[in-house]
Write a protein that binds this ligand. Structure first.
Ligand code: RB5
Length: 147
C-alpha cells in the first residue's frame, strides 16, 4: 500500500510522526507536504494529496494542517475524493466502513501525535463494508460532483 501524506507549515512535526509510524507498519509513504515551518497555503497540499489518490498514484491520503479543516476541504474538491477530518478513532473507523473515505485529515493544533497515530491505525485497520445501502449513498455523493 502507498499513502500520500501532506501538510502545511502547521503540520510538519505531526506529519513526521505519522510518516514514521506508517513506515514502521511497512507502508510506503509519499511525502507531498512542506517540511518547512514557513507559512504556506494549505490548498496547495490538499489538492496535491487529492490528485495523487484520485489518479491512483497513491491508494489513500493523509492530510494535516492546523485544524485539518482547510486541507481536507481542498482535498475533497478533487473529483473522487471523500475526505474526513477526525479528532478521535471512532469517526475515522466509521468513515472507512460506511463512507469509504479515501483521505483522512487531522489538526495538529487540535490533537497530539499519539492520538493522530491511533486515528490513523483505526482508519487503516477498518474495512469498507460495501453493502448495498452504502454503495447507493456513496454513488449519490459522487453524483453531486457531476452537477
Ligand atoms: C494556518 O495558520 C491554519 O489556518 C491552517 O493550518 C489550517 O488550520 C486551516 O484550516
Amino acid at each position: 500500500m502507498r499513502i500520500a501524506i501532506g501538510n502545511d507549515h502547521a503540520g510538519v512535526e505531526m506529519k513526521m510522526a505519522v510518516k514514521a509510524h506508517l513506515e514502521e507498519r511497512g507502508i510506503e509513504v509519499v511525502n507531498m507536504g512542506t517540511d518547512s515551518s514557513e507559512s504556506c497555503d494549505y490548498p496547495i497540499y490538499g489538492e496535491r494529496i487529492g490528485k495523487a489518490v484520485a489518479s491512483g498514484e497513491a491508494d489513500l491520503g493523509i492530510a494535516i494542517c492546523g485544524t485539518g479543516v482547510g486541507i481536507s476541504m481542498a482535498a475533497g474538491k478533487v473529483k473522487g475524493i471523500r475526505a474526513c477530518v477526525c479528532s478521535e478513532p471512532c469517526t475515522a473507523r466509521l468513515s472507512k466502513m460506511h463512507n469509504d473515505s479515501n483521505v483522512l485529515a487531522f489538526g495538529s493544533r487540535i490533537i497530539g501525535p499519539e492520538m493522530a497515530i491511533m486515528i490513523t491505525d483505526a482508519w487503516l485497520d477498518a474495512k469498507y463494508e460495501g453493502s448495498d445501502r452504502h454503495e447507493r449513498r456513496i454513488a449519490m455523493l459522487m453524483e453531486i460532483e457531476n452537477q
